[in-house]
Design a binder for this molecule. Structure first.
Ligand code: 5PR
Length: 378
């Protein structure tokens, strides 16, 4: 296609705020299309502090486009099935053969960082963004004003870049559930390929408590431990071993390990719908644009898709504003639907009944990317 140049005549330049999954992905995708990219991370190190993550078919296609999918397959686990159990009794087994992957967040992050470096992205640590100027500049805490053809806010659910842009409206909603997420060493009793599956252990009485069991490699298991935030003991980090093992006696070994895990975190469920996603030359990607409930494990996947699609669409149009409008048009309804469905699943706890991955729910995971070539789709 056409490779448009900057209004100043040279290579197009992007300044990106936030070296999380979405910020790294959009940076890699732009750099691989010939842009110069500077990526700012406010922390002194580029690393991820989280536990594990699911990458659905949509995310794997996006990662294929930027050349990272092979490394995910080499370092992650393809779960055989997604099994649901209620009060210890099996309810359903779904997604056999479906192409989705589980990996630790630190590993995914490290793979994206090395791909970014390989693509020529300049990563600056200890660099805190405080806002964006839609005419084309990223504003930093140290007073710097960095001019760019495109300014990207990829600074997460609490996005400061987004909040600096008064033209964008936000609809926020908080929910009653929260989740403790920890990574544990994989114990003997869960070794072997028969345990390479996702198991969603639900209990609903007297209040909902759930353990989502996701193997992320030969040595690690990701546990998502959900409870209502009013259940204060079940919402604590470090994990309260007594309260969790009483509810899940058959998972006592895993719960013990969770109690000793370092680096776990608790997050409460929330949605933030932002409209539009861009103004002038400033654009949002990832949780800054569309934070969603984790109930379908689609938050990061949708962020990666939209980041890769953004770079692709910018390549198709001479004018940045036109490209941003077309991009949002392509991604908006899929993203809105993902936010609405995961909020519904969280509010109704529909997944506890089993057979939750209906064709309608799977629309997000099956989204066809404009940037995925027929070879990639195959
Ligand atoms: N799916 C995934 C997940 O991490 C969580 C949920 C569902 C992959 C929690 O973090 O329902 O809360 C959920």
């Amino acid at each position: 296609g056409i490779r448009p140049t900057s209004p100043t005549g040279g290579t197009r330049h992007a300044e990106v705020a936030g070296a999380g999954f979405a910020g790294l992905t959009v940076s890699i995708a732009l750099a691989r299309r010939g842009w110069t990219v500077r990526l700012h991370e406010q922390n002194d190190q580029v690393r991820d502090f989280g536990a594990g993550i699911l990458l659905w078919r949509n995310a794997m296609l996006a990662l294929e486009v930027i050349g990272v999918a092979g490394a995910i397959r080499a370092n992650g686990v393809q779960p055989g099935t997604y099994d649901t159990s209620l009060n210890g009794d099996p309810v359903s087994s779904e997604l056999a053969g479906y192409p989705y992957w589980a990996i630790t967040r630190p590993k995914l992050h490290a793979l994206l960082v090395s791909a970014a470096r390989e693509a020529g992205v300049e990563i600056v640590t200890g660099s805190r963004a405080v806002g964006a100027d839609p005419s084309g500049a990223l504003l930093l805490a140290d007073g710097a004003r960095l001019a760019a053809d495109l300014v990207v806010g990829a600074d997460g659910a609490g996005s400061v870049v987004r909040n600096s842009l008064g033209e964008l409206t936000q609809e926020r909603k908080r929910y009653q559930d929260g989740v403790c997420r920890v990574l544990i060493p994989r114990p003997e009793e869960f070794q072997g390929p028969e345990w390479d599956r996702v198991i969603d252990f639900w209990t609903l009485e007297p209040d909902p408590m759930r353990i989502l069991f996701i193997p992320t490699g030969p040595d690690t298991i990701y546990l998502g431990m959900m409870a209502t935030t009013t259940n204060e003991r079940a919402s604590r980090i470090p994990i309260d071993v007594e309260v969790w093992s009483k509810r899940f006696p058959h998972l006592a070994t895993a719960v013990e390990l969770a109690g000793r895990a370092e680096g776990g975190r608790h997050d409460s469920y929330q949605t933030n719908r932002v409209t539009p996603w861009s103004t002038g030359r400033a654009v949002l990607v990832g949780d800054a644009a569309h934070a969603m409930c984790p109930a379908l494990g689609q938050g990061a996947s949708v962020g990666l898709v939209n980041a890769v699609e953004l770079a692709h669409t910018l390549d198709q149009y001479d004018e940045i504003g036109e490209a941003l409008a077309v991009w949002e048009q392509r991604e908006r309804s899929m993203t809105d639907a993902a936010q609405a469905r995961s909020a519904y699943m969280a509010e109704t706890r529909t997944l506890a009944k089993g057979n939750g991955f209906t064709p309608e729910v799977m629309e997000t995971a099956n989204f066809v990317l404009s940037s995925a070539t027929p070879e990639i789709e195959a």
